[in-house]
Design a protein. Structure first.
Length: 170
């Protein structure tokens, strides 16, 4: 498991007196990524941030980590993973790799994996790569599958309803 090396042993080192050891050069070269967004190494998993049921947040929330919302959020949320608790209400757009809705969401949901549980109430469009809707979930809106729903943060709008010929003449 662990072993002592000459570097960590206490006391004087005993070496043969024949040749002195050449000084060692430490390799201090390393690559520094241009920005955290371009970093391709996996980040360590941490516990999710939890917004308690008695908490109301007005404004946008953005993190690269995981969030569990039990309270009310009036604003957009962007996260790695988002869990909307049964007592939670979110009014705004949700963008996350994985979204699990147990509570209420009023606004657009964009995610690679989106899951609406039986207690979910969603009013808004869902743009996803994969989706699961459990029996009993309430959903009003449109569902659109995209290969990369998180790309650019821009989703094409649905086509406007066709106008009648007599309305166009007015």
């Amino acid at each position: 498991m662990f072993s002592k090396t000459r570097v960590t042993e206490p006391g004087p080192r005993t070496q043969p007196a024949t040749e002195p050891e050449a000084p060692r050069k430490l390799d201090t070269s390393f690559d520094v990524p241009a920005s955290p967004a371009t970093q391709s190494t996996p980040r360590p998993r941490t516990a999710p941030s939890v917004l308690a049921s008695d908490l109301t947040v007005t404004g946008n929330i953005r993190t690269q980590g995981d969030i569990q919302v039990e309270g009310t959020v009036e604003g957009d949320i962007r996260a790695h993973q988002l869990v909307v608790g049964e007592s939670a209400t979110i009014r705004g757009e949700i963008v996350a790799e994985e979204v699990v809705v147990n509570g209420r969401v009023v606004g657009r949901v964009r995610g690679l994996k989106v899951r609406l549980t039986a207690s979910a109430k969603v009013e808004g469009d869902i743009i996803h790569k994969t989706i699961a809707i459990e029996s009993g979930a309430h959903f009003e809106g449109s569902v659109q599958r995209q290969e990369d729903p998180l790309a650019n943060g821009v989703t094409p709008k649905l086509a406007a309803p066709a106008r009648k010929a007599d309305e166009a003449a007015e």
